[in-house]
Design a protein around this ligand. Sequence first.
Ligand code: ATP
Length: 464
Amino acid sequence: MKALVIDDDEGIRWILDRVLQEEDLEVIQAGSIGEAEAALLDHDIGITFLDVYLPDGNGMDFLATGALTMPVVMLTAETTFGHAAEAYRIGAMEYLPKPFDLDEVRQLVQRVRPVKEKLKPAHAEKKDLIIGRSQAMQNLFRTLGRVAASDLTVLITGESGTGKEMVAKTLHERSQRSDSAFIAINTAAIPAELLESELFGHEKGSFTGADKTREGRFEQADGGTLFLDEIGDMPAALQAKLLRVLEEGRVQRVGGSQSKTVNVRLLAATHQHLPKKIAKGEFREDLYYRLNVIPVHIPPLRERRDDIHELANFLLDQAVEELGMKAPILLDDAADLLSRHDWPGNVRELKNVMRRLAVLTPGASITLSDVALALGNVDNMQKGEETLSDAVTRCTRSYLNQLGYAQAINLHQHLLEQVEPPLLVLAMEKCNGNQLKVADMLGLNRNTVRKLLRKYDIDPQYFR
Ligand SMILES: Nc1ncnc2c1ncn2[C@@H]1O[C@H](COP(=O)(O)OP(=O)(O)OP(=O)(O)O)[C@@H](O)[C@H]1O
């Protein structure tokens, strides 16, 4: 398996290179997003380590573009909880604050090691299935069925992570254009000054840096489908040009004098409310009507909770297959908890949580408490509160600092002795001192509970 390390700090790259090589990984290094993009074209990467602040952009933004389809570990000196929550929401599998523990890196690699090697061909077919039993999704499927085969322009709206790009791909695959190209371009991710040349191409010498003639995305999509994502972010001047191209069916490269006919089916998407942008003068009304021939709205996951259970199982299967692991079973009460969550990052967030659960759940089943922990961590982080593992890390660090690392012995035992008494007291309180129930709640046998109560001098009488 190959690992990609994207960090501008040579020291970090060097140390990761050593650790990962010890784990038998081939390491590809990139000092910038540009270098990473080039590496992704040349290599089949199984895991990526990604820094946040890079010379040519922000690692989080890069992750959010969806260019990294393998498990991603974010590395950062920032330790704010908001940062970590955001990283998980946009797709990171893990988040390691610098300076990170090398053992943690090794463990992560061991968990995702079988990636790629065990990818089954069936996976590719399964990948693009749109799941959804809710009334809203069933209605959406009907609309898709009606318009897929046509050449009509579709405007797909919905919050981030609801599956807009997936719907666009499906529309293309179900159309007569499916043998031709599907070209997707994220308008918001490309600097305004480069967007025109990206869309329409340029002639050599038409601006500084244009050292070669280049085809635009419209030409590349000729005969196929062009998907313009985040259309709401398109600069005003370009909106006018786009409208003209759509009306005339012809494109002209930047710096060119001739125009060329193109046969492109256009699909567009946005998470923004375009009528509001029109009212503020930020989006052209005529372009809106030209795009909004068939409106397709994908509701956020919290408005179609009926879909969550099936989606969770589907995404778990997908993650397990991708990671080449054994499939744990998602227990019903665990799935119920997932269904009650609000999912601000929608299906993408659910997908990340299922991937994390697949990787991090030790047992053969995913239990209510596994999910509660996974969601609790994210919820707390979103509220800026501390998670349990953050608290343990903080306390252990301060303990070690006071003691001096060289003096630390029996650290595991010491930690257990800090954790067990409050856990026992809480459980005894909740179960009114019934030790059988406490044993069930903690997943220990009754004798162990009795021994622990004695060890910590906790008087059962007190809780009755
Ligand atoms: N109904 C669904 N069934 C199965 N997988 C889904 C579904 N909806 C979304 N996904 C998966 O969730 C992830 C996010 O979907 P997608 O990238 O299409 O969202 P998006 O709305 O385009 O997001 P953004 O606006 O942030 O670009 C993808 O991996 C996609 O495969």
